[in-house]
Write a new protein. Structure first.
Length: 330
C-alpha cells in the first residue's frame, strides 16, 4: 500500500527556514520586505480570498505593512501573536518563490476591520478540501503552532508566565529563563484487513451514528509504534494483528497530533470473525469488502479525503469514495 504521494495536509512545499528563525533582526526585516506575506488567523480560522465562480479560493496572504497600517489607523492593537512559518518554494497565489510568511493571530475587532465578510474566515477542516497543497500545509502548520501557544502560557516547571521567542517557535519562562518547545502527540491509525482483504472499520462513541473509520489511538510513554498498533487494535476490537507495516504520516493539529498510518492483518479468520467493540471508544465494528463499502453509500459516512484515514481507505478501495460525506475527522 506504499504510495509516493504523501497524505493530504502533508504535501506543502515550504522551506521552514529553521536557521532564519533565530536571526535577531528577522522580524524587522520581515515588516519591510515587499515580498513578505501574512496568513491571518482569527478564532482558529484563516482568511480566504473571495469566492469567484469556477475559481477556487486561496489563502488571502497580505503584506505586513498593509495590515499594520490599517490597524494603526483604526487605533487597534497589533497581532497578539506572530509566528514565522518559513519561505515559499513556488510562485503560487499571492506569494512569490522565496517570500517569507508569518501567521498573525488577531482579535475579533481587527478581523472585522480587515475583512468584515464572515464567510471568508474559514476553519481548516472546511478549507482543506478546497485549498492547494501548499495553502493547506501552511494552514495546518499555523494552526498547530498557534494551538501550542494557546496551551503553553505558563511554565510547566514553576507555573510562571511564558513569553514567545525565536519567531514563535519557543517560549521562555519569565521566572527562570528556561525554554519550552512545541510538542506533538504521536498517534497510530491502522487499516486492518483479513484473509479476504476486507477492511475493519469502527464507529466511535463521539461520532454521529452510522459513521465508520479506521481504528486509531495515542502512543503511550515507552511504547514503540508497532506495539501501539497491536495494543490499540486489541483494546478497541479484541483482535490480534500481525504483519504491521508503516505507510505514511500526516500532521493533524486538532489540537496537536501526528497521525502515523499503518496496515496490519488479522492473525486468523477465526479471530477476524470474533471481533467485538470495547463499548467505550468503539460502539460498532464492521468488516467491509469493496463491494459492500460501495453498496453502503451514501447512507454510511466514511472519513473525508483530507484526513489520512480517508486517504488510506481510498488507497485500499482503489479509487475515490465519491458519495461519502467529506470533511469530517480522522
Amino acid at each position: 500500500m506504499r504510495e509516493s504521494t504523501p497524505p493530504p495536509l502533508a504535501r506543502a512545499r515550504l522551506d521552514r527556514d529553521g536557521i532564519g528563525r533565530a536571526s535577531a533582526d528577522r522580524g524587522e526585516r520581515f515588516d519591510v520586505d515587499v515580498d513578505a506575506r501574512v496568513l491571518l488567523l482569527h478564532d482558529g480560522r484563516a482568511l480566504l480570498t473571495e469566492r469567484v465562480e469556477a475559481v477556487s479560493p486561496v489563502l488571502d496572504l497580505r503584506r505586513p505593512s498593509d495590515i499594520s497600517s490599517a490597524l494603526a489607523a483604526a487605533g487597534l492593537e497589533p497581532a497578539s501573536l506572530r509566528c514565522y512559518l518559513g519561505r515559499a518554494l513556488d510562485d503560487e497565489g499571492a506569494a512569490v518563490a522565496g517570500s517569507p510568511i508569518e501567521a498573525w493571530v488577531i482579535d475579533a475587532e481587527a478581523a472585522a476591520l480587515l475583512e468584515p465578510e464572515e464567510a471568508r474566515w474559514v476553519g481548516l477542516r472546511q478549507a482543506a478540501p478546497i485549498l492547494s497543497d501548499r495553502d493547506s500545509g501552511l494552514f495546518t502548520q499555523a494552526t498547530a503552532i498557534v494551538n501550542w501557544h494557546r496551551s503553553s502560557g505558563f511554565c510547566p516547571r514553576c507555573g510562571a508566565p511564558t513569553e514567545p521567542i525565536e519567531a514563535g517557535w519557543s517560549r521562555r519562562c519569565t521566572n527562570d529563563g528556561g525554554q519550552v518547545f512545541p510538542r506533538t502527540d504521536a498517534a497510530v491509525i491502522v487499516l486492518v484487513t483479513d484473509s479476504e482483504d476486507r477492511v475493519l472499520l469502527g464507529s466511535n462513541a463521539m461520532w454521529q451514528s452510522n459513521r465508520f473509520s479506521l481504528l486509531a489511538g495515542f502512543v503511550e510513554p515507552g511504547e514503540s509504534l508497532e506495539s501501539a498498533v497491536v495494543r490499540e487494535v486489541g483494546e478497541e476490537a479484541g483482535l490480534e494483528v500481525v504483519d504491521v507495516e508503516y505507510v505514511a504520516s500526516q500532521p493533524w493539529p486538532f489540537p496537536a497530533s501526528l497521525m502515523l498510518g499503518f496496515t496490519a492483518r488479522a492473525v486468523s479468520a477465526e479471530a477476524a470473525a470474533a471481533v467485538a467493540p470495547d463499548g467505550e471508544e468503539i460502539l460498532e465494528l464492521r468488516w467491509f469488502s469493496r463491494d459492500e463499502l460501495a453498496a453502503s453509500l451514501p447512507e454510511v459516512g466514511f472519513p473525508g479525503r483530507t484526513s489520512i484515514a480517508g486517504w488510506m481507505l481510498e488507497q485500499w478501495y482503489g479509487g475515490p469514495i465519491e458519495s461519502s460525506p467529506q470533511g469530517w475527522g480522522a
